[in-house]
Design a protein around this ligand. Structure first.
Ligand code: HEC
Ligand code: HEC
Length: 304
């Protein structure tokens, strides 16, 4: 019964979803001086318990904002519970974290410093460490009027506005350049729509605009890493419900899923069809969808 209901929801979404992938803007407004300060904080390993970890350790800007590990390693080599999502284009997500527990980038940025398996500080020690750097003290004073956990988060969030990857071949195609993507990628996009992937992965981030359960048609086997939204709401219907991840740059950000359990994109697509759609996709269809997903790789402008 439940599966029929979900099928109907997917069908309705599909009927109205033909054109609901939009390009991301080629630039967004941000405050240059604050973003520059935010970048220094983002890269600074001294702002962690043992001086080894920065935001960039797990969200490497040279690696499309990920660490390529199943789960991240934080201070004192401690292991996290879930896979590190990219910080690229996260500004376009409707909420932050796999389970959506932060409403925006400012709220999100206050998490990692105080997470014992990430940077392992307390608010007092964070302020102490930032204050030890006279340049930071001066810049926070000039730009924000004070140095506090809140202004540190504001600087980081300002920097994260620069972490966007416009000009993907697919966006160029959406904007009218017929030859920007291959014939195979175009076929893959048609399959992505026809099979109902687009009912969940849609909007300008091709994801990141709704919550969905992993394991609609088949039970998802791993309840160890995270129970998703359930951990926030304690409602049974929120078990294994996650923010649908953005598929921008997805070809560059293995391994996949919140538990990092799927190493390759073709396996990832086949498992999506199995768990989310109750389908088996032929090998050539999977290959076409891989070509489409590869066309979602954009360009990061490091000059920011
Ligand atoms: C030890 C590794 C680690 C460090 C250090 C770290 N992160 Fe993360 N980051 C993660 C993981 C893992 C998640 C997913 C956690 C979750 O959803 O519960 C995450 C989630 C995020 C997200 C949400 C993205 C999305 O799409 O939901 C943003 C933004 C982010 N981190 C920014 C930062 C910033 C800024 C810093 C530095 C203050 C930082 N991270 C430090 C591992 C790390
Ligand atoms: C009912 C909603 C839904 C449908 C339909 C759906 N997905 Fe997903 N997709 C999700 C959710 C939720 C996740 C996150 C799962 C997790 O992390 O455990 C996800 C994850 C993914 C990922 C991994 C992203 C990452 O960074 O880890 C890819 C790739 C993907 N989906 C592609 C597809 C394709 C291709 C299809 C169609 C064959 C599809 N999805 C259909 C909801 C859906």
């Amino acid at each position: 019964m439940k599966n029929y209901f979900v099928s109907i929801v997917i069908l309705i979404n599909f009927l109205f979803a033909q054109d609901i992938i939009n390009p991301i803007p080629t630039s967004i407004a941000y405050d240059k001086a604050k973003a520059k300060l935010g970048k220094k904080i983002f890269m600074d390993t001294s702002l962690s318990k043992d001086g080894t970890i920065s935001c960039n350790s797990c969200h490497d800007l040279k690696n499309f904002g990920v660490d390529h590990k199943e789960v991240s390693t934080g201070v004192e080599n401690k292991l996290g519970r879930v896979n590190s999502p990219s910080v690229f284009n996260s500004v376009f997500n409707f909420v932050q974290f796999w389970d959506g527990r932060a409403k925006d980038l400012v709220e999100q940025a206050k998490g990692p410093f105080f997470n014992p398996v990430e940077m392992g500080l307390t608010p007092e020690i964070l302020i102490e460490k930032v204050s030890a750097n006279k340049d930071y003290v001066k810049e926070f004073d000039e730009l924000f009027g004070e140095l506090s956990v809140d202004t540190i988060a504001l600087a980081l969030a300002e920097f994260e506005k620069t972490l966007i990857t416009p000009h993907s071949p697919f966006d160029k195609w959406l904007r009218g350049d017929e030859n920007a993507i291959s014939v195979q990628a175009k076929r893959g996009f048609e399959s992505f729509k026809a099979n109902g992937c687009i009912s969940c992965h849609q909007g300008q981030n091709i994801g990141g605009n709704m919550y969905q359960k992993i394991g609609i048609f088949e039970v998802y086997p791993n309840e160890e890493s995270s129970l998703g939204r359930f951990e926030q709401t304690k409602k049974q219907e929120d078990r294994l419900v996650f923010k649908v991840p953005s598929l921008r740059n997805v070809a560059k950000t293995p391994p996949y899923y919140h538990d990092g359990s799927i190493p390759s994109l073709d396996a990832c697509i086949q498992f999506m069809a199995y768990y989310q759609l109750g389908k088996f996709l032929e090998k050539d269809v999977v290959e076409d969808i891989v070509a489409f997903l590869e066309s979602l790789t954009g360009e990061y402008n490091e000059a920011n």
